[in-house]
Write a protein that binds this ligand. Structure first.
Ligand SMILES: *[C@@H]1O[C@H](CO)[C@@H](O)[C@H](O)[C@H]1NC(C)=O
Ligand SMILES: *[C@@H]1O[C@H](CO)[C@@H](O)[C@H](O)[C@H]1NC(C)=O
Length: 400
């Protein structure tokens, strides 16, 4: 038995090593150390990274590699890496740690959006097992008493128009604001990420998606102070599979329709995801003042442990300023094989009292109990139309 295990281990190592050799053999390597980057995390390495990016992005062969080596720490100020690049699969290999500046006056440009941006890089691969550390602590504290400092926080990693993006095997910690933003990208795969920030850190979303199509996020752990994943306007065909979420505010569609906006989200499938100690579980939230739709959504094989609002639709996310807009229609939303425990008395909340209705809401094999022994839970339900095939607690506004 021991021998068999050893043999299997070597076979596995051999296949692993040969894969690595193939990937190492493909294109030239552009190591940021060779461009003068300081690997002690003290001196700004941004100029060196930019120089390395320039050469790397001009390399036209199969899979050139921009290398951020292991065992080193690099201080990056706000930086934008722009394409198009010459190779069809440029590879950014992050084995070391990249840290953000640690003081409020460190952002010397006026782009209050992002720390590290990638724009219009087609076929980009980012992986390597390394780490992005946003060092957000001072900024989160400032959010309690210094608006000026709080408003200077930035999202950590920002991908814009990066079609074919492959992001995997990385650690993202303590961003000042959101950790990863995917905007206007088509055909994206995100996997094996670990995203961590404290429960009480404000606005530290795990992954934000907007204006993107064909996005597949899987096998990742996300525990932050805000949404684990938020799917925003003009996104279609989004799959989230095998994600563990908590702490955090759950997986959200929206909010949509803020300030009267027209927004749509379609074809979202959340499958085999687990929520632990989250403020929400699976949530759809829309502003009454907006217009547009959310449709063809499934939440399947979902488990909750001690989540405050396991299932929630809120069509009146912000009931104030109720003017304009026809509301955002919510339709064809299915919850199938959902299990677990709710920390709140209301385990299922379907608030569809906004101007546009919710139709064809389906609960199929949903069973949620209280995480407080002996306590009752219930569903609250306002104007939702659809079917409950099997739901506990009973959802009064759905027909059975
Ligand atoms: C508030 O933050 C700004 C930077 O945006 C800083 O210059 C200022 O000293 C801070 N004020 C206090 C009271 O911490
Ligand atoms: C999402 O999953 C469905 C099957 O559940 C599949 O047909 C579709 O191609 C997937 N989309 C993406 C972007 O992976």
């Amino acid at each position: 038995m021991k021998c068999l295990v050893t043999v299997l281990f070597f076979l596995w190592m051999a296949s692993y090593c040969s894969c690595r050799l193939i990937s190492e053999a493909t294109g030239r390597r552009f190591n940021v150390l060779d461009y003068g980057a300081d690997g002690n995390g003290k001196i700004d390495a941004t100029p060196a990274f930019q120089k390395a990016w320039g050469d790397f992005c001009q390399a036209s062969e199969e899979m050139p590699t921009l290398e951020v080596p292991a065992g080193k720490t690099f201080l990056l100020k706000s930086v934008s890496f722009s394409g198009p690049c010459m190779s069809k699969n440029p590879h950014v290999l992050i084995e070391g740690t990249i840290v953000a500046p640690n003081s409020f006056d460190s952002w010397d440009d006026d782009d209050y959006e992002k720390w590290i941006g990638f724009t219009a890089v087609v076929g980009l691969i980012v992986d390597g097992g390394g780490r992005f550390d946003g060092r957000g602590e001072a900024w989160w504290k400032a959010c309690n008493d210094n608006d000026s400092a709080c408003s200077k926080r930035r999202q950590a990693l920002h991908f814009n128009k990066c079609n074919g993006l492959r992001l995997s095997n990385l650690h993202h910690v303590n961003s000042q604001k959101g950790h990863i933003c995917i905007n206007a990208c088509d055909d994206v795969e995100v996997s094996n990420l670990q995203i961590l920030a404290p429960d009480e850190s404000p606005n530290t979303d795990g992954i934000d998606i907007s204006e993107s199509n064909h996005v597949n996020i899987h096998d990742s752990f996300i525990g932050t102070g805000d949404d684990c994943i938020a799917i925003n306007g003009f996104s279609t065909s989004i799959n989230v599979t095998g994600v563990k979420c908590g702490p955090g505010h759950g997986i959200s569609i929206g909010s949509l329709g803020k300030d009267g906006a027209y927004e749509t989200v379609e074809d979202v499938h959340v499958k085999s995801c687990a929520f632990k100690g989250t403020q929400n579980g699976v949530r759809i939230k829309t502003w009454e003042t907006g217009s547009g739709y959310v449709r063809k959504i499934t939440f399947e094989d979902i488990t909750f442990v001690n989540s405050e609002n396991p299932i929630i639709i809120d069509q009146q996310y912000n009931p104030n300023g109720n003017r304009g807009g026809s509301g955002i229609k919510i339709s064809d939303v299915t919850y199938r094989n959902v299990r677990g425990s709710s920390a709140d008395e209301v385990a299922i909340a379907l608030n569809c009292a906004g101007k546009a209705a919710c139709t064809n809401i389906v609960m199929d094999n949903v069973k949620i109990t209280s995480s407080n022994p002996g306590k009752q839970i219930r569903a609250s339900c306002n104007n939702a139309k659809g079917t409950a095939i099997s739901a506990s607690p009973t959802v009064p506004c759905l027909s059975s």
